[in-house]
Design a protein around this ligand. Sequence first.
Ligand SMILES: [Zn+2]
Length: 159
Amino acid sequence: MTTPTPEQVDAWFAQAADITLEGMRAGTGGPFGATLVHDGEVVVSVGNTVLKDTDPSGHAEMVAVREACRRLGTLDLSGMVMYATCEPCPMCVAVMMWAGITECYYASTRDDAASNGFSDTHLRRYLDGSDTSTMDLVHLAEGREECAAIWTEFRALNG
Ligand SMILES: [Zn+2]
């Protein structure tokens, strides 16, 4: 992987910012965008689609991963680099990791987002264990044979 020039990085952030502003002005998305790059080439550049798709998971980095995977027909985006207008939330960090992305650069911070009404502090506190009151995550160990049977069939199908 070659190191991008500062001009390339400027262009990738500018592209993400432009598409974000477009979505904001059209009322289709919030103030977040992302450009996903592979070997110096833009794979996708997208804005947040939460409003357009009535989808709480329509964060820019999530949308970028979905679009790239769909277009390329792969679940593996390893080697690609994300350029996000704002620090990714834990959900987006997770989806990037699921897709094998190991590098993400961002500009605005979680504090910038929070001061504009987009705090992800509840997620961060839940995940670091400092406040788990926001969701009851309950393990029902007994009486769920139909769920256990899924593993049996999975092994049979993939044995
Ligand atoms: Zn996110």
